[in-house]
Ligand binder design. Structure first.
Ligand code: NDP
Ligand code: 8X3
Length: 254
């Protein structure tokens, strides 16, 4: 993969940073975005010897900021070939009747609305050039329910179905859309979910060989590197140490 302009949301850690590293090959142009700037600066320092790297502090929940960032891209970065809609988060694992409503708002605003904004603002250029690939990071949580998954899972189900619907709208163009649904992967994800409680976060991965950010980056690179006529629609992946459980059944005590 070379000669591609790649726009990554949530590049400051986890999957996004790993994707930036795997896409950093001579001839590529990377646009790395997230709210935190320091990790972006470090990534730019690390990768800019290899390819051109633009960093943009960006909160995907801010529609005008997304519009402004895309419009302000300097010439060599304007024609985006790949949009990696990766920015996202889970907050909390409480049952629906106990959650903090602000957490639900933040997940909807980031995982759904932020992804919508980036897509809607970047897609017209891809259609006009009849070239491009949108890779959306969903989750197994969007396909399979679990206790406390409530709005996080719902937001990822949106990502999965939105991806399929984009394919319908884009039929007749050469713009590809792929939805990737990873299971448990060890990143900052759980530390964010448990609001900085590193002990709870570590327990999620304890005794398992979880997916790594690098596993997801290799998969993203693979879908992008298929021949131009091949569209991988949906790809679900899990650690060998994860599988589905049986249905939960509540039994009254005699
Ligand atoms: P990380 O917490 O390591 O990375 C999340 C990234 O999203 C960070 O770069 C963060 O940057 C960015 N982000 C969060 N909110 C915003 C925002 N409002 N605007 C811009 N960027 C934002 O977790 P992962 O790498 O694991 O997560 C990446 C994606 O993968 C998410 O969508 C997540 O839901 C999904 N996923 C994760 C799985 C896992 O088990 N780890 C499994 C399946 C899917 P910053 O805070 O600097 O803004
Ligand atoms: C992250 C995977 O199982 O923690 O999307 O929801 S899970």
């Amino acid at each position: 993969m070379s000669g591609q302009t790649i726009f990554i949301t949530g590049a400051s850690s986890g999957f996004g940073a790993a994707c930036a590293r795997i896409f950093a090959v001579p001839g590529n142009r990377l646009i790395l975005t997230s709210r935190r700037v320091d990790p972006l600066i470090k990534l730019q320092e690390e990768l800019s010897g290899v390819c051109d790297v633009q960093i943009i502090p960006l909160d995907v929940r801010d529609r005008e900021a997304v519009q402004g960032a895309v419009e302000a891209l300097p010439e060599p970065f304007r024609n985006i070939d790949v949009l990696l809609n990766n920015a996202g988060l889970a907050l909390g694992l409480e049952p629906a009747h106990q959650v903090n409503l602000d957490d639900w708002d933040a997940m909807v605003d980031t995982n759904i609305k932020g992804l919508m904004y980036c897509t809607r603002i970047i897609l017209p250029g891809m259609v006009a050039r009849n070239r491009g690939h949108i890779v959306n990071i969903s989750s197994t949580a969007g396909a399979w329910p679990y206790p406390g998954g409530n709005v996080y899972g719902g937001s990822k189900a949106f990502v999965t179905q939105f991806s399929r619907n984009l394919r319908c709208d884009l039929l007749g163009t050469k713009v590809r859309v792929t939805c990737i649904q990873p299971g448990m992967a060890e990143t900052e994800f759980s530390a964010v979910r448990f609001k900085g409680d590193q002990e709870m976060a570590a327990k999620v991965y304890e005794g398992t060989e979880a997916l790594t950010a690098g596993d997801i980056a290799e998969t993203v690179a693979w879908v992008i590197n298929r021949p131009a006529h091949v569209n991988v629609n949906t790809l679900e992946m899990m650690s060998i140490d994860q599988a589905w459980g049986p249905f939960a059944i509540h039994r009254e005590q005699p």
